[in-house]
Design a protein around this ligand. Structure first.
Ligand code: SAH
Length: 347
């Protein structure tokens, strides 16, 4: 019989599995709370279960774990980056950012990525697989447990395209917000997508009003397609329609991310088109300096020009801000640690 992975399960699924093992119903609460509130990932840790029951549970199933390979602590700000190894040897990364007693964690959703954005390091080594629910959760629980902190915000902005791992990501959100578990506020979860319009529509129907941010990077279809292959599947118009729908059905303001690449997407022509696209909608625009990677070969717009770009947008009524880069000295952004580590291992 297939073994149960206890930390992959929502409350109801855990309940059914335990019922099949003829365990009393009230135990579900104890075990769910143990896993998702007390952050146990071993039956050894449960003080409220008998030896006999622990033995049976261990025979029938297991916990999926992740292992720390390396931890990088920034010297310039409160950013820590974790390189984790999964049970099959796959590598992912997680970034913790502290700011005014608020802890934000940026987690990965896949091993690698198949979206192929030209400027992004996470996609260069290709796609291996989706992360399981337990592997999404453990990134948060591992950090929470070992640093002895509560994580206040989660952003799904690490390696991978979260909406390409739709079912597991939804289940993850349901578990992390479960009152019997970690009880995170749904408003403190943000998902970043390269613009899978169909999945955004699906998400808007889930009754899970998380914050949504969409990677735009260029307001012209022809130019966006050149740096983001996903634009061949979902054109900008379609993505904006889905964004509008998302806002209407969830009441959550939608953001767009815009990475500035020198002489590629930072001209007045681009500003004009962004203004047209936003069309007085209550969207937010997050401007981000490009984190230049060798494979792409293009530099970022410099910080002066970035500021001017922002000012021009603001004058035209766009709600634009510049995102502060965190953990610059530890490659805090975008898949560089994992690819760097792989290169090192190949040597
Ligand atoms: N797949 C999702 C989430 C992961 S990427 C998405 O595309 O949104 C998180 C954000 O970082 C995206 O906006 C992405 O376009 C951006 N990004 C990727 N590589 C970057 C780089 N080299 N410099 C700056 N931002 C980058």
């Amino acid at each position: 019989m297939k073994k149960i992975i206890y930390n992959n399960l929502e409350y109801n699924e855990l309940n059914s599995s335990l019922q099949e093992l003829k365990i009393e119903r009230y135990r579900t609460n104890q075990i769910f709370e143990g896993i998702h509130h007390l952050l146990y990932n071993d039956f050894e840790m449960f003080t409220n279960l008998s030896k006999k029951m622990k033995k049976m549970l261990e025979e029938e199933g297991k916990f999926k774990k992740i292992e720390l390979v390396k931890k990088f602590v920034s010297k310039v700000d409160e950013t820590t980056k974790y390189l984790f190894k999964l049970e099959d040897g796959a590598l992912i990364e997680t970034v913790l950012m502290g700011y005014h007693d608020r802890n934000t964690i940026c987690i990965s959703s896949q091993v690698g990525c198949k979206m192929g954005c030209k400027f992004c390091a996470s996609t260069k080594a290709g796609y291996e697989r989706n992360l399981e629910v337990s592997e999404l959760l453990e990134q948060i629980y591992y950090v929470s447990r070992t640093e002895d902190i509560r994580i206040n915000n989660v952003v799904l902005m690490g390696i991978g395209e979260p909406l390409d791992n739709y079912d597991n990501v939804i289940k993850f959100i349901k578990i992390i917000t479960d009152e019997r578990g970690y009880n995170m506020s749904i408003r403190n979860i943000t998902l970043s997508t390269c613009g899978l319009a169909k999945e955004i529509d699906r998400l808007s129907q889930e009754d899970l009003p998380i914050n949504l941010t969409i990677s735009l990077h260029n307001p012209f279809d022809f130019e966006r397609s050149a740096i983001m292959p996903i634009n061949n599947r979902y054109k900008i118009d379609e993505v904006f329609k889905s964004a509008k729908k998302y806002f209407e059905s969830t009441g959550r303001r939608v953001s767009f991310e815009y990475t500035l690449i020198k002489d590629v997407n930072d001209s007045d022509r681009h500003i004009d088109e962004i203004v047209k696209l936003f069309n007085h909608e209550n969207f937010h625009l997050n401007l981000i300096p490009l984190n230049a990677i060798d494979e792409f070969g293009k530099p970022s717009t410099n910080s002066n020009e970035l500021e001017i770009f922002k000012q021009k947008l603001v004058k035209r009524g766009i709600n634009a801000t510049i995102r502060k880069s965190m953990g610059i000295d530890i490659d805090g952004a975008c898949g560089q640690l994992r690819s760097g580590h792989k290169k090192e291992m190949r040597k």
